[in-house]
Design a protein around this ligand. Sequence first.
Ligand code: DX5
Ligand code: ZN
Length: 220
Amino acid sequence: MNRVKIAPSLLAADFGNLQKEVEMVNESEAAWHHLDIMDGLFVPNISYGMPVVSTISKYATKPLDTHLMIVDPDRYIQTFADLGVYLLTVHYEACTHLHRTIQAIKASGMKAGVALNPHTEVSLLENILTDLDLVLVMSVNPGFGGQSFIPQTYKKVEKLRGMINEQSATALIEIDGGVSSANASKLVEAGADVLVAGSSVFKAENPAKMISELASSNLS
Ligand code: DX5
Ligand code: ZN
């Protein structure tokens, strides 16, 4: 089994010390930086926009994993590509023409992901799975950091892992919301490849050590 990738969510970082927080992730065992973009329409919260993404991009030395919680994400695909984003994830629930959106992300040179809200059934991705680089399974309702993990997620991950294997697809499975050392190993066992962690990392006494602990999930 491959080592799980950790993607710390900068939403929980101290924005007054953003450069320092990004550098902590650079120097840690994290694989990616996770960026959460919220528009106050698709989700009931507004996070941050292009100037902040540009600042993160300037200091980050690891790939930018960007999670768009916005309506009509096609409007900003080229902008995120220009800002140096590595992987752009859009929500299934926010895209009328998902296939077209995925192709547009790839045409702009980025990897493409699709996120599913907790109530969205994984089988809805059956016809597009082999086009995807990543499926993000939301384990809380999107919009806020610091919420409690929804246990139903384990079953969804197992089912998605089965679909990916069956189709010989290469999409990675990423879990986002309420991830901590209490559920990380079980998520890896269920089939997760990438774990997003906001509060559990940035509110920890030693964030880099917490990243390292999460990266060792299911290794013992
Ligand atoms: C929630 C975001 C998450 C969030 C995770 O809508 O997509 O990435 O920052 O934060 P925690 O790990 O605190 O649940
Ligand atoms: Zn996210």
